[in-house]
Structure formats: C-alpha cells, structure tokens
Design a protein around this ligand. Structure first.
Ligand SMILES: CC(C)(COP(=O)(O)OP(=O)(O)OC[C@H]1O[C@@H](n2cnc3c(N)ncnc32)[C@H](O)[C@@H]1OP(=O)(O)O)[C@@H](O)C(=O)NCCC(=O)NCCS
Length: 286
C-alpha cells in the first residue's frame, strides 16, 4: 500500500481534512474546523499535512489522515519566561487505516517541517491519557514527555470519542532533538529498561466482566519510579459501563496531579512483566 504525505495549501485539501475529521470523530458539520481557519493556518507559518493512500476513500480524495499545527508560545516547565513553540492541534488517521504507521509518518513529517522552518524545536499537544494506543504512540514511540495535566480543558465535547466524559488532557512536550525522538520510520531509539522490583507499580483489579478497574491507593511518592496502569480499551469500557470509565478518569487525574505536583515527569509508557501497559513517572532532575 502506498501512502504519500503532502503539504496542504489549498481549499480542496482543507475539504479533504473536514471529511476525514467527520469520519474519525463523527462530528456535526457545525463543529468541524472551518476551512477559512485551516487555510489561514497553512498560509501563516502553521502546518497542514495530509496522508493520501492508494486505497483511500474517494470522498476525501484518498486522504486517510492529517496533521494540523500552528506557532504558539508557552513557558517551559521550570522556566520563568515564554518561548516560541509549535502547538500541534490534531493528528488523525481513519479507523480502517490505523495501525499502519500512517500516524507515525505524519509526526515524522511534522518534525521535519518544523525543523526546516527553523524557529523552534519544541512542540506540544494534548491527548487523553485513557486511550492506551495514544499513550504508547506519544510517550513510548515518539519520545514525548509530560508534566502538565489539564482538567476538562475543552469543556464537554460532543463527538463519539469524547462525549460523556470530562475532557481532561495530558499536555506533552516533544523536544525534536531529544535522543529518544525517532528520526525515521524504522528508527527506534534505545528503549528505557524498567526493573519492576525497583519501582512502585500501582495495583489494578480485574472484574468478573473482564474489565480492569482502578484501585484507590495512597501514592508512594518517595522518589522511586511510579507505574500507573492504563486501561486496555477505554472505548469498550465507555460503551459498557460509563461509571467505570469515569472512575478511570478520576483515578488517573488524581495520580497525575499529585505526581506532577511532587516533581514527577511522565517519561515513558511501558509494558511491564506481562501485567499490561503503564505510564512510568520519575522524579524530575532538579
Ligand atoms: C492516534 C493515531 C493518530 C495513531 O495513528 P496510527 O496510524 O493508528 O498509528 P501508527 O500505526 O503510526 O502507530 C504508531 C505507533 O503507535 C503505537 N501504537 C499504535 N497503535 C497502537 C495500539 N493499538 N496499541 C498500542 N500501541 C499502538 C505503536 O508504538 C506504533 O509504532 P510501531 O508500529 O512502530 O510500533 C490514530 O490512532 C488516530 O487517529 N486515533 C483517533 C484520533 C486521535 O485520537 N487522535 C489523536 C488526538 S488528536
């Protein structure tokens, strides 16, 4: 299957993005990103990339994924003054094309474009830490880190992936020249190794219906790495038991807020000893 990543600069490409948006998030037309905003971003130092596949839908001109970002400013953790950064707003791949490394190609192309622009090597974006694939993608595969957590940052969202849950998000930092950031598709920076005996692995229970449930516990914030469980499939949990999905939301909110306040950084997402995937938080260097 051939996939080409193209820079989008015209209205036709912006319409393709809207169609892909609708197919991923099942949004109303009313809450799609307007084409006049997309084109303005593209023409004013931001970025729009489309991934086009040979077997992509005719209605989107073959587009199966896209990335959107713009220039912004923010204060890096532990610093006092603002710096220029790239705010990466959305990366999306159509469900039937997910898992084929198209998201990875889009992020690598974004990295190349931002470095070629030459204004900054710092990119941030937000993601929902309950979605395990996104956590593995952002933290483990792309080498982003996180020590910023926002409660309900976008208010109550109406699309199918977000409806009915407070829109809490982790904001990640992607330092494009960090050695843990891949440079190409097959580049896998050296994995970090974690010894379960030397870390606090937070407990999780398995219910009779097969779903994992978080276990409330005092956070052992004594400086040893902390491993926080990620549910296997939050979409299935949301569909079957909305109270359980909310319990996961509030549980991870509490873990991240407490750990970040105590100086921890989420620096990896790892599969530990066959126990499933965990966010690994370590105490930041002072
Ligand atoms: C998140 C998203 C963009 C990832 O794109 P994708 O094309 O499916 O991902 P890729 O195939 O490029 O995978 C990249 C890496 O993520 C990880 N990954 C992807 N799917 C995974 C899964 N189901 N479970 C665990 N890890 C996964 C892998 O490490 C993979 O790298 P590898 O194949 O080299 O090991 C895509 O799933 C998506 O559009 N989801 C819905 C919209 C969304 O949540 N967007 C992000 C917030 S705006």
């Amino acid at each position: 299957m051939g996939v080409i990543i193209r820079t989008i600069k015209d209205i036709e490409g912006c319409h393709h993005i809207q169609i892909v948006e609708k197919l991923i998030w099942a949004d109303d037309d009313e809450i799609l990103i307007p084409t006049h905003v997309l084109i303005t971003v593209a023409k004013n130092g931001g970025g729009l990339l489309g991934a086009y596949a040979d077997d992509g839908p005719a209605e989107s001109g073959g587009m199966v994924g896209f990335a959107l970002w713009w220039l912004g400013a923010g204060t890096p953790h532990g610093e006092q003054s603002q710096r220029l950064k790239v705010c990466s707003h959305i990366v999306g791949v159509l469900p039937g094309w997910q898992g084929r490394r198209i998201g990875l190609q889009l992020k690598l192309a974004q990295r190349d474009a931002v470095l070629a622009q030459g204004l900054t090597d710092w990119v941030t974006w937000t993601y929902d830490p309950l979605y395990r694939a996104n956590g593995v993608f952002n933290i483990h595969r792309l080498g982003a880190t996180c020590n910023t957590y926002y409660r309900n940052v976008y208010g109550e969202m109406q699309d199918i992936l977000n409806k009915g849950m407070p829109s809490d998000r982790c904001q990640v930092d992607w330092r494009l020249n960090d050695p843990h950031v891949p440079r190409s598709l097959d580049d896998r920076p050296p994995p970090r190794t974690w010894d379960p005996a030397q870390m606090h692995i937070l407990p999780v229970s398995r219910r009779t219906d097969g779903f994992q449930a978080p276990v409330e516990t005092m956070l052992p914030l004594d400086g040893a790495p902390l491993a926080a469980p990620i549910p296997d499939d939050i979409a299935a949990i949301r569909a079957a038991d909305s109270a359980l999905s909310l319990a996961w939301r509030f549980y991870l909110r509490n873990v991240f807020e407490e750990a970040f306040a105590a100086g921890y950084t989420m620096g990896d997402c790892a599969s530990l000893d066959g126990r499933g995937w965990f966010y690994v938080l370590t105490q930041s260097q002072k």
